[in-house]
Design a protein around this ligand. Structure first.
Ligand code: UD1
Length: 350
């Protein structure tokens, strides 16, 4: 049987690059579309080194419908799309909501229009556990009621899911929204990982950059939460586990299995506090991490962790890596980054 092609938008980003590796390992042909807005061309080499396989890359924005049409025409064997390309900095989205709606919403609509024009049915959409806000009950299952978004970024994920779901109801698409909990870590080979441009907004890259001496100290946002040690709890998931669920989900769509539209939580089902993350990092790196307590960060929820049993039941996927793996691999990658110029970039589009 000839190989099937998957087009991956944002394929040079953190989750995208790891997913491209898993798709190539699973013997798909891959076409990456990425405008390098928050990623770097060196990731191309990192992906190739990690899996020893090649793929096609276009520097293109999904909002450019003519260019996307040309790419789909060049690759008529494309059977599905995995859509990662989006902005993801919560604070920036509050300051510049139109940038977020333009890229995350218009970019999605333009992509779906071109998929339709080129008769490509299968669509995997990157969503987030942010759509649940702070739920009344834990763990969070896919039937947990959604909360109004706390930020324009969060709203683009909620509205993005609605757009994909409504487009699917026409019969022209089959699609899945994956609601990621907190993706961290890096490929254990150390060639690809998280490369935030400017000051990291998320916990783990800030931890590894602090340990590497690029930041003075970590601020732990809030130590008076109603949790065992007072710090907030999240369900951290290793990015390689997360990448693997994309292969399962796109395969299900391509095989015409399951409903036309579906939603899955992607987490481990276990929550860790910020202090537990720091302890795990210190344990595996052998380094002591300088940190101080700071005020709570606006918009942060207290505690979230997934009920990820639907993905296990229906996609035959389960997270395999633990918090020590996540910290060890993130640290290995941090130590491998020789070009530190991204750290100095002042554009906080992390
Ligand atoms: C955030 C977004 C989420 C988004 C995800 C993208 C919010 C409310 N949520 O998740 O919608 O999908 O990023 O990756 O922003 N922390 C510190 N010090 C730091 C950084 C973080 O203590 O320097 C704490 C935070 O307060 C939080 C935990 O670490 O308790 C995790 O934070 P982070 O990695 O930013 O992820 P989320 O906020 O959970």
């Amino acid at each position: 049987m000839s190989k099937q092609t998957i087009l991956v938008t944002g394929g040079l980003g953190f989750i995208g690059s790891h997913t491209v590796v898993e798709l190539l390992n699973a013997n798909f042909d891959v076409v990456v579309v990425d405008n390098l807005d928050n990623s770097r061309a060196q990731v191309l080499e990192g992906i190739r080194k990690t899996c020893g396989k090649d793929f096609t890359y276009y520097n293109c924005d999904t909002r450019n419908e003519q260019a996307m049409h040309d790419i789909f025409t060049q690759h008529p064997q494309t059977k599905g799309v995995i859509h990662f390309a989006a902005h993801k900095a919560v604070g920036e989205s509050v300051d510049n909501p139109l940038k977020y709606y333009d890229n995350n919403i218009y970019g999605l609509v333009a992509l779906l229009k071109q998929m339709k024009a080129n008769s490509i049915k299968s669509m995997l959409f990157s969503s987030s556990c942010t759509v649940y806000g702070q739920p009344e009950q834990l763990p969070i299952s896919e039937t947990t009621p959604l909360k109004p978004a706390e930020s324009p970024y969060g709203n683009t994920k909620k509205v993005g899911e609605d757009i994909v779901s409504d487009a699917t109801k026409t019969g022209q698409f089959r699609s899945i929204s994956l609601r990621y909990f907190n993706p961290v870590g890096a490929h254990p080979d150390g060639f690809i990982g998280e490369l935030p441009i400017g000051v990291p907004q998320n916990l783990v890259p800030f931890v590894t950059q602090t340990a590497a001496g690029l930041r003075d100290k970590l601020s732990v946002f809030g130590n008076n939460y109603p949790t065992a040690d007072g710090t907030a709890i999240r369900d951290y998931i290793h990015v390689v586990d997360l990448a693997k669920v994309h292969v399962k989900a796109i395969t299900r769509l391509l095989n015409n299995e399951g409903p036309d539209y579906d939603v899955f939580n992607v987490g481990t089902g276990r929550g860790y506090s910020v202090l537990e993350v720091i302890q795990a990092f210190e344990r595996v790196s052998g380094k002591s991490l300088p940190y101080t307590f700071a005020d709570r960060r606006a918009g942060d929820v207290i505690e979230v962790y997934a009920d990820a049993s639907k993905a296990e039941r229906e996609l035959n996927w389960k997270a395999e890596k633990d918090i020590d793996d996540m910290m060890r691999d993130a640290w290995t990658f941090q130590q491998n980054i020789l070009d530190k110029s991204h750290v100095l970039n002042t554009d906080n589009n992390a």
